[in-house]
Design a protein around this ligand. Sequence first.
Ligand code: FES
Length: 262
Amino acid sequence: MKSEDYAQGDAFQAEKRTIFSAEWLPLCAEAQVARPGDFLSATVGGWSVVAVRDKARELRVLRNACRHQNMPVIGTPSGNCESLRCRFHGWTYDLAGKFISAPPPVAPANPKADLDLQSLPTAREAGLLFFAMGALAAPPKLGELPAYGGTLSTDMACNWKVAVEHLLGEGREGSADFSWHWPLTALRRAGSLAIVEQIVPQTFLRTRLLTHVFGGAADEHKHAAGTIKHVCERLQADRAQGVMPERGGSLLAAFQRRLPSH
Ligand code: FES
């Protein structure tokens, strides 16, 4: 890997095509969208998507791309709603993404055409919701986890690969309590506690870390999440200076082998 691979949009676009379009991607904990009408929107690997639970409690992941002019329908990270109304010109969809109506000045030329939001393949695993941009085989298996305790969200000014490389760093090698699930999910177990660290690549220099805590309270992990942010932002500055990750163990090597050569 080169310094530019951590700091340029071209590399991120290549990863969007080769990784984020072709793998199961974690979106959130199912409990984050627990009630009918709950939604959670995110940009994951360059894809703008929204998880929505409908009145019958069915959970879907929809592309957050309006069928009018392809703009993001939902502009807030999470909330609860009766329907999905595009903030730009008011095209409205039900909680399953089905087109309902549009104001007369922007009405579709052919209201009988397929105007629904695109519904994506989803999978639930260990209390987490995954989605994919196309049909795929089974998602990663995380196994049984204790009861969900909450999620911390930490925004970091770094490339997603820096965050993954940090998570796969020293101390993880050979630990039976740690597992890595390509490309964006890590699971740590400590006694009755299980922590899923979910990497959300937003842009080539913005990454969100979601820390899902099972078997304990999320707030107790704020300090650890803050430390990860601090370290990752420092490592990003190193990459910008041309300092590449030191030769790591097999986990890190396996991760780097699967990256596209830009
Ligand atoms: S882009 Fe959504 S209503 Fe126009």
